[in-house]
Design a binder for this molecule. Structure first.
Ligand code: URA
Length: 216
């Protein structure tokens, strides 16, 4: 498991901006911080991919440069992932993309009951490397549901789960329920716990609402 904030870097500033209740009022800044973290995570994750030599002709010489062998497929879990996904795509700019709509179904006490999936548009993923991108890994249920849904498009060689903040409960849930697919976690931070409404503590609140405004 890769956890970005286990080593101090400038990325801590973007994480701090996302969490800060005052700075969260600036939606553009919130979205840009997610996008910047998406770029940083894409860079870190790229080190784990296979590379092959390609010849590049400079104005003076032909030289070999190690390039990513196979472009991954990036799956964006709507809606909160959009800015974070955009950051990942900025770096993997030749990758194919897919989109899945996932939302929590809550009861009257606003306690999460289950995850519902809606829209899906995704390319074939058989034998390919998939990056499943969602900034908040809370219960882990939406990740597992999304993977099960995605498997209709083929069996990926590996799934990289890319998230900003994860709760330990969600990590355990995914480990228990996704053992049949090779996967690896790429996280910016692992927080303390979930609260009774399945929000991550200390977390940052509702990432989708902070990026785009409240929904009905
Ligand atoms: N989704 C969010 O946006 N925030 C959480 O804390 C958990 C899930």
């Amino acid at each position: 498991m890769f956890v970005l904030n286990r080593q101090n870097s400038i990325a801590n500033h973007f994480l701090a901006d996302l969490r800060d209740i005052e700075k969260q009022k600036d939606r553009l800044r919130f979205r840009r911080s997610l996008e910047r973290l998406g770029e940083i995570m894409a860079y870190e994750l790229s080190k784990d991919l296979k590379f092959q030599s390609a010849m590049v002709e400079t104005p003076f010489l032909k030289i070999p440069i190690e390039m990513v062998e196979d472009q991954p497929v990036i799956i964006s879990v709507l809606r909160a992932s959009v800015p974070f996904y955009q950051g990942v795509l900025n770096f993997f700019d030749k990758a194919d993309s897919g989109f899945i709509g996932a939302f929590r179904k809550e009861n009257e006490d606003f306690q999460e009951v289950e995850v519902s999936l809606g829209y899906m548009a995704a390319p074939p993923i058989d034998g390919r490397t998939v990056l499943l991108v969602d900034p908040m890994l809370a219960t882990g249920k939406s990740f597992v549901e999304c993977v099960n849904h995605l498997l209709k498009n083929g069996t990926p060689s590996k799934i990289h789960i890319v998230s900003v903040i994860a709760a330990p409960e969600g990590l355990s849930y995914i480990k228990e329920n996704l053992s049949y697919v090779p996967h690896q976690f790429w996280l910016c931070a692992v927080d303390e716990k979930l609260n009774e409404k399945s929000y991550i503590i200390p977390g940052l609140g509702d990432a989708g609402d902070l990026a785009y405004g409240p929904k009905l």
